[in-house]
Design a protein around this ligand. Structure first.
Ligand code: PEP
Ligand code: MN
Length: 350
C-alpha cells in the first residue's frame, strides 16, 4: 500500500501518518518527492484498512501497489533516485553519469595508488577495488581485507575519489561500511537475503550487482530486501548474465536498462568488464551502455594487467580508460546526459 500525501502536507502530518502505520504493526517508509511525499507501507500480510488512513489529515489518497517489489517500484516513487555524496559534487542517478573505475583487487599500496592517480586524472569520481574477493577457486587470491580498506581510505583523502568496495559476508560488511562510501554486493550474493537485510539496516549506499542468472523481477526483489529495512540508497548494476555464448565471459544484457528505468526509480550502472571478460570488448560495450541510457559505468582498470592477481584479461589500461571517458563524454549529450570530469568538494550545509 502507498499513502500519497497532499502537496501542502506538513512534516507533522507526515509524521502522524507514519506513527499511525507503525501503531498498526506495519512499517512506514516516507519517500519525499519533488511534488509530494509518499509513504510506503510494508509488513502487511493482507489489505490495510484504507478508510482509516484516508481520513488522516494531509492524506490525498491511499493506493494499492500490486507489484511484488514496492519500494523499488516507480509506482511508489515517480522521480528518479539520485544518490549524493555529502561534501562532494558526485552523484549516482539523475542527469550526470557516474564513473566507477579501479582494479578488480587491491594488491598493494603502490598498485592502488598508481591506478587511482590515473583514473582520477581522467575524471573518474569513484574508485573501486576489491578488499574481499569472492573467487571461484579457494586457492585464488582472496583479497587483502582490512589493509586494502585502509589503502582505499588513503586514496579518498589524496584524490577525493569516493570508494566502492565489496562486502561478501556480515563480517566484511561491518568493515566495508566503516571504511567505504558505497557497499558493493556482488553477483554471487544477490540473493543472500540475510546479507541484503543487514545492508538494509546500514545508512550507506549499496551497489547491487545482478546475479548470474537473475531475472529482472528477482533483481528488483533483491533491491527491495535492502530497501525494506529502511536503506533506500540502492544502485543497481548490470554485469552480464550466463548464456550459451562462448565468445565472452558473460552476455551483457543492455536491454535491462530501459526495463529498469520503466519499472523502477533506482539508478542502474553497467559493468562492461565482468560482462565481457575481454579487454577489447570493454570500450565498445561502455559506449553502448551509455547510449542505452545507463546511469554510469563500473569498469576495471589496471596499469599492469598482465601481473594482476585477478581479472587481468578484462582490465583496461589507464590510457584506454582516458579514451573511454572522452568517448562517453561525446555520446552523453546525444542521450540527454552529461559526464562530469573530476570530483570537487562542496560546502556542507551546516
Ligand atoms: C567485482 O566487481 O570485482 C566482482 C566480483 O563482480 P561480480 O560480483 O559482478 O562478479
Ligand atoms: Mn573483478
Amino acid at each position: 500500500m502507498l499513502v500519497v500525501m497532499k502537496a501542502q502536507a506538513t512534516p507533522e502530518q507526515i509524521q502522524a501518518v507514519c506513527e499511525h502505520i507503525e501503531q498498526l504493526g506495519f512499517r512506514a517508509h516516507p519517500l519525499p518527492g519533488a511534488q509530494r511525499t509518499a509513504i510506503g507501507i510494508t509488513g502487511n500480510k493482507g489489505e490495510v484498512d484504507r478508510g482509516n488512513l484516508e481520513s488522516l489529515s494531509g492524506v490525498a489518497e491511499v493506493i494499492r501497489v500490486s507489484k511484488a517489489y514496492k519500494l523499488a517500484s516507480r509506482d511508489v516513487k515517480e522521480e528518479d533516485t539520485v544518490i549524493s555524496f555529502p561534501g562532494t559534487d558526485a552523484a549516482i542517478g539523475g542527469r550526470n553519469l557516474a564513473i566507477v573505475a579501479g582494479p578488480c583487487s587491491i594488491e598493494s599500496r603502490d598498485q592502488a595508488f598508481a591506478i587511482a592517480e590515473q583514473v582520477a586524472s581522467s575524471g573518474a569520481q569513484f574508485f573501486r577495488g576489491g578488499a574481499f574477493k569472492p573467487r571461484t577457486s579457494p586457492y585464488a587470491f582472496q583479497g587483502l581485507g582490512l589493509e586494502a580498506l585502509k589503502i582505499m581510505a588513503e586514496i579518498r583523502d589524496r584524490y577525493g575519489l569516493r570508494i566502492v568496495t565489496e562486502a561478501i559476508d556480515s563480517e566484511s560488511l561491518a568493515m566495508v561500511a566503516e571504511w567505504a562510501d558505497v557497499i558493493q554486493i556482488g553477483a554471487r550474493n544477490m540473493q543472500n537475503f540475510s546479507l541484503l537485510k543487514r545492508a538494509g539496516r546500514l545508512r550507506k549506499p549499496v551497489l547491487l550487482k545482478r546475479g548470474l542468472s537473475a531475472t529482472l523481477e528477482e533483481f528488483l526483489m533483491a533491491a527491495e530486501y535492502v530497501m525494506s529495512e529502511g536503506n533506500y540508497q540502492v544502485i543497481l548494476c548490470e554485469r552480464g548474465i550466463r548464456t550459451f555464448t562462448d565468445h565472452s565471459r558473460n552476455t551483457l544484457d543492455l536491454s535491462i536498462i530501459p526495463a529498469v528505468h520503466h519499472l523502477s526509480h533506482l539508478p542502474i550502472l553497467v559493468d562492461p568488464s565482468h560482462a565481457t571478460g575481454k579487454r577489447e570488448s570493454v570500450l565498445p560495450m561502455a559506449r553502448a551502455a551509455v547510449a542505452s541510457g545507463a546511469d554510469g559505468i563500473l569498469v576495471e582498470v589496471h596499469h599492469q594487467p598482465d601481473k594482476a592477481l585477478s581479472d587481468g584479461p578484462q582490465s583496461i589500461y589507464p590510457s584506454q580508460f582516458a579514451t573511454m571517458m572522452d568517448e562517453i563524454q561525446q555520446i552523453a549529450p546525444v542521450v540527454g546526459r552529461n559526464l562530469p570530469r573530476g570530483i570537487h568538494a562542496t560546502a556542507v550545509a551546516g
